[in-house]
Design a protein. Sequence first.
Length: 253
Amino acid sequence: MTTSRPSRGFAYFLDIDGTLVEFASDPARITLDAAVPRLLDTLAQSSGGAVALITGRTLADVDRLFPGQRLAAAGLHGLERRSADGRVDRHTAHPHALDGARRKLAAVVHAHPRLLVEDKGISLALHYRRAPLLGHYANRIMRELQRTLGDRYCLQKGKRVVELAPAGRDKGVAISAFMREAPFHGRTPFFIGDDVTDEYGFAVVNRMGGWAVKVGRGFSAANWRFRDVRSVLAWLQHGTPLPVRSRTKRVWL
C-alpha cells in the first residue's frame, strides 16, 4: 500500500453530483456539506491551484453552489469551460434550436408530473429520478427528439437522466483542454466521478497515465474506486491509503 494525499504533483478534476454531494430527487435541491468549499480551497492550495470541477451543471449553477470561489470548471459536460485564469469558452448553439424539443418535453411532463425537465439553455435534461419505472419511456422520447435534430445533437445518459446536447464535446475533451494549460500542464491527472458521462474523462486520464477513480459500483474504465460520497470527502479531508495500481482488477480506496 502507498499513501496518497493531495499534492502539487497532481491535477485534480472532480465531478459534483454523486461525487462531492449526494443525489437529490431534484438537482436544484441538493444539500452541499458546508465543509466542501473549504476542502476544495485546501486542495487548491496544496496542489498549486490545479483543481477543476467537471460537471453536467452549468457554470452559473457551479457558482451558485460555491459562491465567491470562481473555481476552474467545465460545465454542461464540457460545453462551457472556465480556465484557471477566468477565461470562459462556450459552445455556440442556435438559441432557438431546441424550441421544438422544449414544447414536446413540456407536454411530456404535463402528462407525467413525476418526470422533471432541466432546461440548461443549450441542452435539455429529462430526469426520471422520481419515476424510475418511466426510464424506458424517457429514453425513447429523447431518442426521438435527437433523431429529429440530427447529428448536431447527441444524447448524454446518466443516473436516471438523459440529456439532449450539442455534439462534439464531453468531459474527456474538457480535461484534455485543462491539461494543456497552467497550472494543470505537466502534472498527473486525478479524476473522480461516478456516472456514465464521467467515463469519457476516465478514458482520457487513463491514456495520460493518471488516476481514474469511480465512486460506487457498476462497470467502469476507472482502475480505482471510492465506495461513496462520504469516502470522497474523507479523502479530501484526511488523505486515504491508495493501493498500488492494478491493471487486472478493480480496487477500493
